[in-house]
Each structure stands twice: as C-alpha cells, then as structure tokens.
Design a protein around this ligand. Structure first.
Ligand SMILES: Cc1ncc(COP(=O)(O)O)c(C=O)c1O
Length: 444
C-alpha cells in the first residue's frame, strides 16, 4: 500500500467509527501483518508488540500451531457455529481447560460458556451467585476493571466510563485493593495490605456497616487496567479466609491474568487458594472471542436457559483456545513468563533509577507497569508523587514512534503497561527496554 492509501484507510475508518474508539484513537497506524511479538504496518515499519491485543494474544500473532489447528478445523467440514450444542471442538476445549485447571478445583468445576466477551463472563457470574445465594449485593475493589456492559461496568472502579451513564446495577460497593504506592490507608507495604483485610472483615461483619452480605466478591489477583497492581499472595489468602469463614463466594477475574501470564497458569495459584469461580476470556480463545465462567458445582442452581446467548458456541475459538492451552503447557510458558518477568523487572528497575518520572514499577510474570509521576510535584504521606497522565501519554507516543506498542492504564492513565506475548524472547525484552529508554530520554 502506498502512503496515500494508508492515510485514506486510517482516516476513512476514523471518520466512520464512533467517538468511543480506544486504541485506534492513539495508535494512528494500519497494521497489515503480525508474527509472534512483531507487527508490520502499511509503510513497512516494524513494531514490537507489548500490547498483545490487551493481553489476548498469549502466543503472539499467527502462532503456527494454533493457525494449523484452526486451518485443519476449517477444512474439516465440522460444524462452525453450534449455539451451545455438543461438538468435538467443545469436547477438546473442555479437555484442555480441565487439564490446566488446578486438579482440586477441576474435580468439582462446572463450566458455563458465555457470550464471547469477558464482560459477559462477569455478567454470568453476577447472575449465578445472586441466584445461588439469594443475595443482592456484589462487592468489587477500587481500581477494578471488569468490562463495559452494564453489570460489569457497575463493578468497575474507573469513573470516566460510568459517570454519564444513569442507573447502573444497584447494590455494588467497593473495597480497598492493596495498592501499596497509593495505599488507601496511607500506610503501604505489608502493613497497608493487612489493614485493608481488617477493614474488609469489619465491613462484612459489622451489622451497621451499611453493606449487606454479598452474593459474591469479585477480584482480579493482579489488577490490569487499574494500573498493574499485583495483590500480595498473603492478602489474597486472607481474603479467601475471610470469605470462606463468612460463606461469601469469591470470584477471581482472570480474564487478563489467565493462562500463564503472571508466572502460574492462573494468578490465584500464586496464593495457593481455591476461589469459588474463575472468569476467563482473552487468551482462553486463542485470539478468537470466547469467555467462560468456571465455578464450583455446589453453586449450579441455574435452570436451563438461565444465561443464554446465540454466540456461546464459537467453535473456532474453542479450537484455537485448546491449541493455545496445549502449547502453553507443552512449552512450560507459565514458568518461562516468570523468568522473563525477572528480566523485565531488572530492566525497569534500572530505568527507574535513572528517570525520576518513573514513580513506581510493579508487576508479575509478563504483566508490568511503570507509574509515571511528576517528579517535581508534592509528595504524599507515603512519598509518592502525583500521577502524570500527560507525561505518560507523551512517552507512550514516543514508544510508538520508536516501534514499540504499549498500553496505558491506572489512575489518570499514568501507568505505562507492558503486556508482551508469552513467546517474547529475552533479546526482545532487551529491545523493549532500549525503546522505552529512548522514549524517556528523547523528549523532542
Ligand atoms: C480483568 C478484566 N475483566 C474483564 C474484562 C472485560 O473483557 P472484555 O473487554 O472482553 O469484555 C477485561 C478487559 O480488559 C479485563 O481485563
């Protein structure tokens, strides 16, 4: 494609699409090819993709094993769309899924195939646990992101997307998440997390807290869109203990963390807990739309059709998802994510030492964030400087110009997020760090 056509493509689509465009509003490129962690645009420019379709592409672009299984399936004459009918593709998918779930959880787990986005798995969980418990309240956390449908948005912390939308789901309350750098209690560290747990316990047991016993508590073991905030394993264990003691279902939203990204197949495994339900989407469809709610069979109180939907039978996604899980397991990519994550941590630690605008770095496995601050702004009680979304935006833009795709998120969009595919190589991690450094240094 020549440049004129490229401009036309970008401009034409921009003019026709809604104002709610997200990534495309900032990334003014048209990508034509993808291979593992690499993208190429219409002008032949190469990019290192550390966005991975918001964490969806666990194996990067066009992974050969996934593509081969999909191609074989498409040529096989099998049913391509099947509502929720039983098919060989569903059988293979469930076999792979139950093979990667922790055995104790898998032994009693039931799976509901949801409408194909993560948000629908959230909606399904809310409905299931309200039905099973007869309760109406649902609790989520400050900084949580659970999606954009009405119920999921109600459970999302970020106010920007919801303050102009009237009448979201009622009976939702938010609890403090252990975000040490901006600790809700001004304490931070392990003690801040412990105080947070004590607060949660008190809210749930105080007959005058104003919050009735919830149908469920939904938590991301590592908050993604909220600014890459990993919950300390002890905190998650504490939350599990409190919820078990009070008979409150605990739902782990692993839509972004799921399938090896954080160094274990599921992020909750790092805490050694067993949730009552797990939500999966993104990676579980191998790059195609699929979402599942996996839960303890004791809650299976639904009647037939209780959470229906036409596109709950995405066969291609089931095939690609099964292939993806098989590759992650066969190649030990979860363990590799942990090792590669240490390389990222080293690189970011070194950058943070040189650049005071990096206020905090945090992450786990292949999910990292750099919180960009105004280094000259007033420090709060914890010594943290004000979040600087404008500066983060400029750095992100320069990353793009240097051929690196990253995300931003967190409060004021000041956290630059690295979500590379699990197949990123150590050499590419070095390249990524070099590009980030260039973007920090070159302010032109
Ligand atoms: C943790 C988490 N939950 C839910 C969702 C919503 O998924 P979807 O955008 O597919 O609806 C996301 C999306 O980023 C997510 O990160």
């Amino acid at each position: 494609m020549n440049t004129t056509i490229v401009d036309d493509v970008y401009t034409f689509v921009r003019d026709k699409e809604s104002n709610a465009r997200t990534y495309a509003a900032v990334i003014d490129r048209v990508f034509t090819a993808g291979d593992a962690a690499r993208l190429t645009d219409t002008e032949g420019r190469q990019y290192l993709d550390c966005l991975s379709a918001a964490g969806t592409l666990a194996l990067g672009h066009n992974h050969a094993a996934v593509a081969a299984r999909v191609r074989e399936f498409l040529d096989s004459g099998q049913v391509q769309q099947a509502l929720d009918l039983t098919t060989p593709a569903k059988y293979e998918f469930l076999r792979s899924l139950y093979g990667v779930l922790p055995p104790d959880f898998a032994a009693h787990a039931k799976t509901h195939f949801c409408g194909p986005t993560g948000a629908d798995a959230v909606e399904a969980a809310v409905k299931l646990f309200k039905t099973a418990t007869g309760r109406r309240t649902v609790l989520a956390f400050h900084g949580a992101y659970h999606g954009m449908t009405s119920g999921a948005l109600s459970l999302t912390g970020n106010l920007a997307a919801k303050h102009r939308v009237a009448s979201l789901m009622p009976d939702v309350h938010f609890l403090p998440y252990p975000y040490s750098y901006r600790c809700a209690f001004g304490i931070g560290g392990d003690e801040g997390a412990r105080v947070g747990l004590r607060y949660i316990e008190r809210v749930l047991t105080d007959p005058e807290s104003g919050i009735s016993t919830p149908a469920a508590i939904i938590v991301e073991p590592v908050q993604g869109e909220g600014g890459v905030v990993p919950a300390p394993p002890e905190w998650l264990r504490g939350l599990r203990e409190i919820t078990s003691a009070l008979d409150i279902p605990l739902v782990c939203d692993e839509i972004q963390t799921g399938l090896g990204r954080t160094g274990t197949m599921f992020a909750f495994e790092a805490a050694g807990i067993e949730p009552d339900a797990v939500l999966l989407s993104k990676a579980v469809g191998g790059g195609y739309p699929l979402a599942v709610l996996v839960y303890h069979s004791r809650y299976d109180t639904w009647t037939p059709g209780a959470h229906a939907g036409t596109f709950r039978g995405n066969q291609v996604a089931m095939v690609a998802g099964a292939a993806t899980m098989d590759v992650i397991t066969a190649e030990g990519l979860a363990d590799q994510a942990e090792a590669k994550g240490r390389l990222i941590e080293e690189a970011l630690t070194s950058l943070a030492g040189e650049h005071p605008e990096i206020g905090d770095i945090r992450g786990r496995g292949l999910m990292w964030g750099m919180e960009i601050v105004d280094p000259d702004g007033p420090a709060d009680a914890l010594g943290s400087r004000p979040a600087d979304g404008n500066r983060a935006r400029a750095i992100k833009r320069r990353c793009l110009d240097h051929g690196l795709l990253i995300e931003s998120g967190g409060r004021h969009s000041a956290v630059l997020r690295l979500l590379p595919p699990l197949v990123i190589t150590p050499a590419e991690i070095t390249e990524m760090a070099t590009k980030v450094e260039k973007a920090l240094v070159d302010r032109g």
